[in-house]
Design a protein. Structure first.
Length: 314
């Protein structure tokens, strides 16, 4: 990728693949269009799913949801819609909030034993009386399309072939699509969750980045973020990352999804201001969110292929 930068007075002219763009002091970052990339991935998965069906393989996802969390209902609906679009068979198990741990685990084990079910997804959060880690342990690693079982996490750390958690997997695909190199780069991740922060750190390490995970106990957070070549925010605090926290030319990935006082979806990054200093930035909505579901669909297709491959060592 050839990028030539010519400075003339206060103006900046960029030659990018033969095209010239003029930017002044209020420069704008390249927007990483996750929605567009997710659409392309889903279109390719649809073709792959059709080919599998010709071989007599019908990919199927089973989703378990406990209780009536409104946000979870929306997420489950979106997953159902994506399955329908791609051609993945889909079934839902809506459980009462009062269900016991044993009853939940028994359902998971039942689905583990159903050959026609290729992927099992347990929608979080769960009611407080249920232990989500116990439930994850009950899911067969061969059907763990969310990448949360101890086996999947362990394989990720060891560099083995496994299911990668969907949001981190989506972020890595975005880096790949936009030719954002990680080797030798300083990556700073704000957030240490098992769903995003920790697995994303492993993915970046596997691509030869130097990774720092920051969290609520980190001292002098700004000192860390200001040196980041790639800054990833995943803490669930609206517009937490401000312009003064970001190094000029950094790649900024916003994993957060929050609603402001007007009910508008916003990320963990103050997009309008940070866009002026970043080289690349993901929007909210339309950035990481669509990629998460796309990579879930990818994992279901992968599961179906591996489970029907006699020579698979997965």
């Amino acid at each position: 990728m050839l990028i030539t930068v010519i400075y003339i007075a206060k103006d900046i002219f960029l030659l990018y693949n033969g095209q010239k763009f003029e930017r002044n002091e209020g420069r704008m970052a390249t927007i990483i269009e996750g929605k567009t990339l997710a659409k392309k991935i889903r279109e390719n998965l649809k073709i792959e799913c059709e080919e599998l069906k010709k071989q007599g393989i019908k990919p199927k996802l089973a989703v378990i949801m406990v209780g009536n969390n409104p946000a979870s209902k929306v997420y489950v609906k979106n997953k159902s819609k994506a399955c329908n679009e791609i051609g993945i068979e889909y079934e839902e198990h809506f459980l009462e909030e009062t269900i016991s741990q044993q009853e939940l685990n028994d359902l998971i084990k039942k689905l583990n034993n159903e050959k026609e079910v290729n992927g099992i997804l347990l929608q979080s959060p769960l009611p407080e009386h249920l232990d989500i880690n116990q439930a994850f342990k009950a899911i067969s690693y061969r059907k763990d399309v969310d990448g949360f079982t101890p086996s999947s996490v362990g394989k990720l750390v060891m560099g083995g072939d496994t299911f990668i958690s969907c949001t981190p997997y989506g972020v890595m695909k975005m880096f790949e699509e936009y030719n954002i190199e990680l080797t030798g780069k300083d990556v700073v991740i704000i957030g240490r969750s098992n769903i995003v922060g920790k697995p994303l750190a492993q993915c970046c390490l596997a691509n030869n980045a130097t990774v720092t995970i920051c969290h609520s106990r980190t001292k002098d957070l700004k000192k860390h973020t200001q040196r980041a070549d790639i800054l990833i925010a995943a803490i669930g605090k609206a517009k937490f990352v401000t312009k003064d926290m970001v190094k000029e030319g950094a790649v900024v990935v916003d994993v957060g999804i929050n609603r402001n006082e007007e009910g508008k979806l916003v990320g963990d990054v103050d997009f309008d201001e940070v866009e002026k200093v970043a080289s690349y930035i993901t929007p909210v909505p339309g950035g990481v969110g669509p990629m998460t579901i796309a990579m879930l669909m990818n994992n279901v297709i992968k599961a179906a292929k591996e489970q029907n491959n006699e020579n698979s060592t997965f």
